[in-house]
Design a protein around this ligand. Structure first.
Ligand code: ZN
Length: 385
């Protein structure tokens, strides 16, 4: 028997053409279908969901989070920051490595309502033995190991290389050069974390190719992507031209309103919005993916732009043709949310407070056409304050 559902009267945000339109959305057997086709089903079997006053979007994807709960210092419960916050897919960014991915799969991926994908750390240890995982070259994953694990594990979507001084210690750029070899062999992207050098961006950027992702791109530390003047460093411009993607990766210390404003002023470039959320920054300053999106909204990006950044752009980064879109026949993962009008001050990682007047607030999360979470408080965002 067919399962038929119609989401009625929501403001539908289509990230493929950056539009918002009040309309119905049809779902047949967990996939988007024309409303007319859904109405052709046996009338008593059709379910209706009233979305009046809410925004309806393809499911939100958080490209950078840390959810290896109980096995890493940082790990947070994936569903608390996933479906309960309107996020249908989370990509864990390097918490696990070759040595412990099987535990990650068993304990986290297989037990979450939220879909979990992973950038596998190029260190075999992942983040399970502290945060200097690239200090010892011996810990780097070998090509044969990478080939083996990528062949078996479809939820691994790329590699994670954390390139800051505290992580690589004396190894400088060497781990990233190794990551390049792995990525070229596997034909998968590298997500590179940038922070305090060494290595510096002049060494990092030339190694990156089309499809690689730079996370923490808008941090407020010295030696970032933008010069004092607000101009991007030449290596950054070249990287963008080659098709390297920028990602927010908010985190405890990696998102600066000042940097973001400068970037917005000079560059009309799309990027992805992600949280780098984990146990210690969940309450402050990150909050959730919707809170992070609300900050970008307050900085002047439009609602369709911030939604596209966590749907279409994020899905494109991972080559997920089934997600981030309302195209007919694709998997009906959906995020239904409200835009609450209220005045709150939300901080970046530098301690700057921004007056925000519109807060994205989760209402309902659907996975493959089924309700995975419903906010019982209706429109109250408990994460906002
Ligand atoms: Zn991270």
């Amino acid at each position: 028997m067919n399962e038929a559902l119609i989401i009625q009267d929501g403001f539908v945000i289509d990230p493929d053409n950056l539009s918002i339109k009040k309309m119905d959305i049809g779902i047949l057997n967990g996939r988007f279908a024309p409303v007319g086709e859904v109405l052709n089903q046996d009338q008593c079997k059709i379910q209706y969901l009233d979305a009046t006053g809410y925004y309806v979007s393809p499911g939100f994807i958080d490209l950078h989070a840390h959810i290896f709960k109980d096995y890493t210092e940082l790990g947070i419960d994936p569903d608390v920051v996933g479906v309960e916050q309107g996020v249908t897919t989370i990509v864990d960014a390097g918490s696990s490595g070759y040595d412990n991915f099987s535990i990650f799969k068993e304990e986290i991926i297989n037990h979450s309502k939220t879909e979990i994908l992973a950038f596998l750390n190029i260190s075999k240890k992942g983040l399970c033995h502290g945060l200097s995982e690239l200090a010892n070259i011996e810990d780097l994953m070998k090509i044969e190991e990478a080939q083996e694990i990528f062949k078996c594990e479809k939820s691994i979507v790329g590699l994670k290389a954390r390139m800051s001084g505290s992580v690589v210690k004396d190894n400088g750029i060497k781990p990233l050069k190794h990551a390049r070899k792995l990525a070229d062999n596997l034909h998968k992207p590298i997500m590179v974390h940038i922070g305090n050098p060494p290595p510096n961006l002049q060494e990092i950027f030339p190694i990156l190719v089309q499809g690689d992702i730079v996370t923490h791109a808008f941090h407020g530390k010295k030696h970032g992507v933008l010069k004092q003047s607000g101009e991007m460093i030449p290596e950054g411009i070249d990287a963008i031209r080659r098709g390297v993607r920028f990602d927010v990766g908010h985190g405890t210390s990696s998102f600066s309103y000042k940097t973001m404003r400068k970037f917005k002023e000079k560059y009309n470039l799309s990027f992805t919005i992600s949280t780098d959320i984990y146990k210690n920054n969940y309450s402050h300053p990150v909050g959730s993916l919707m809170i992070t999106m609300s900050k970008l909204l307050s900085l002047g990006y439009t609602l369709t732009e911030v939604v596209a950044a966590v749907t279409k752009q994020a899905a494109d980064s991972l080559h997920l043709s089934e997600q981030g879109t309302f195209k007919m026949g694709t998997r009906a993962d959906m995020t239904i949310f409200s835009l609450e009008e209220k005045s709150v001050h939300l901080a970046d990682s530098e301690g700057e407070e921004l007056a925000c007047h519109q807060i994205l607030t989760p209402y309902m999360t659907l996975k493959t056409g089924k309700v995975a979470y419903k906010n019982k408080d209706g429109i109250k965002n408990t994460r906002a304050l």
